[in-house]
Design a protein around this ligand. Structure first.
Ligand SMILES: [Zn+2]
Length: 398
């Protein structure tokens, strides 16, 4: 429904204000009038730019019970989901995907890049599922779709399937070079398709505790050679957490120099990697990457499945977890975490600026906190979500 106005909203740096919307944008931000009526009353809660999820898998969400016995191991998780594909009916997968869309919306997210699994065993059936999901999400959540070869490109027919998914109109060329015996050939194919179809690239990369297996240099080389600066994203990259500071700094220089964005997935990265002795915190240091000029984002990845049993769809909680893991102690550092679930991922998805500022797109989250620092420290509930000036989520009681 059109909300028209958001009253008694606390906007960082502006105090308590009334926001009004027109044509999907913020038309005015004025000091709050206690006698004003109509629209939605935020009750003095903080209003933030809505959250953007740069990396989520809807087509295997809420399927933990169907996966059978699993361990906290990446290869096991990939194998468990592949086995499950053969026996779980399509309507169960679709129900999990719809539940994931609802969970994202209820957590204040208004745009997401979803990785659509492409595999010889299932063909392009997940492309069809996502076409339905785009309709289901409607004006609540904007979905951008990436063609994702979860089990690599060395299986028979995979290059053709990936090509077919792009010909079907998927928005992004995905890649997963770490599962192939020849990762460089995998990257060559992905970048060739990206050039042919004029699409950005999004890679699952370096999902291991072994820094010697990092492919960052190969990706940076191809990004520059194909003229794709600013159009390539890498996700996970847990090798960065296992590197010494000098190697980390060199990697950040490569990423920043080629305009490659970095997305971390705390609920998965911490669960599936960091098995070394002594145990390590397997989350790429996005705070240091941002300081080095890399565009960064924190995202959900998986919800309630063998990759992330604990995932629940909340980007505030993902940022909260990243803050603990990275031991971020200052308010400016926490502002960096907030940027990593709002402006950073919006840039990765190529979306225009949004937030509670006149002229920007009116995608907003009303969070049960009196300030933005508290939103990151506590990961409280999102009481309402607004997308393009329309109320898309409202918790009972607000
Ligand atoms: Zn992923």
């Amino acid at each position: 429904m059109m909300v028209g106005k958001l009253r008694q909203a606390r906007v960082p740096g502006k105090g308590i204000v009334d926001l009004s919307f027109e044509g999907g944008r913020v038309a005015a931000v004025e000091p709050a009038h206690s006698t004003a009526t109509g629209g939605l009353d935020a009750g003095g809660r903080v209003v933030l730019p809505a959250f953007v999820d740069a990396h989520v898998h809807l087509d295997k969400a809420y399927l933990l019970a169907e996966a059978g016995p699993v361990t906290a191991d990446l290869d096991d998780a990939i194998a468990a989901v592949a086995r499950m594909r053969a026996r779980v009916p399509g309507h169960t997968v679709a129900a999990g995907a719809r539940r994931a869309v609802d969970a994202l919306v209820a957590a204040g997210t208004t745009a997401a890049r979803a990785h659509v699994e492409i595999d010889p065993a299932i063909g392009l059936s997940m492309v069809e599922l996502h076409r339905d999901l785009v309709g289901y999400a409607g004006d609540r959540l904007r979905l951008q779709l990436s063609a994702f070869p979860q089990r690599g490109l060395e299986q028979g027919g995979m290059p053709q399937l990936l090509d077919a998914a792009l010909a079907e109109g998927l928005d992004v060329v995905g890649g997963c070079p770490y599962v192939d015996s020849d990762p460089a050939a995998h990257l060559d194919l992905v970048f060739a398709l990206a050039e042919r179809y004029g699409r950005p690239v999004d890679l699952h990369l370096d999902f291991t505790d072994d820094p010697s297996r990092s492919l960052i240099a190969l990706v940076a080389e191809r990004t520059l050679a194909h003229g794709m600066t600013g159009r390539v994203t890498v996700g996970h990259v847990t090798t960065l957490a296992a590197m010494g500071r000098d190697a980390q700094a060199r990697s950040f220089d490569l990423l920043a120099g080629a305009g490659i964005a970095l997305v971390v997935l705390p609920a998965t990265d911490l669960y599936l990697t960091g098995h070394g002795e002594p145990g390590s915190r397997s989350l790429a240091p996005i705070d240091r990457a941002a300081e080095a000029g890399v565009t960064v984002a924190i995202a959900n990845n998986n919800l309630h499945n063998p990759f992330s049993p604990y995932g629940n769809g909340s980007l505030l909680q993902a940022a909260w977890l990243a803050g603990i893991t990275r031991r971020l102690v200052t308010a400016p550092q926490r502002a960096g975490l907030l940027a990593a679930i709002t402006s950073g991922p919006a840039r990765i998805l190529g979306l225009p600026s949004h937030g509670p500022t006149v002229g920007l797109e009116a995608h907003l989250a009303v969070v049960d906190s009196v300030d933005s620092d508290g939103a990151i420290l506590q990961a409280p509930a999102v009481l309402a979500g607004v997308r393009a000036g329309r109320l898309v989520h409202r918790m009972t009681g607000l």
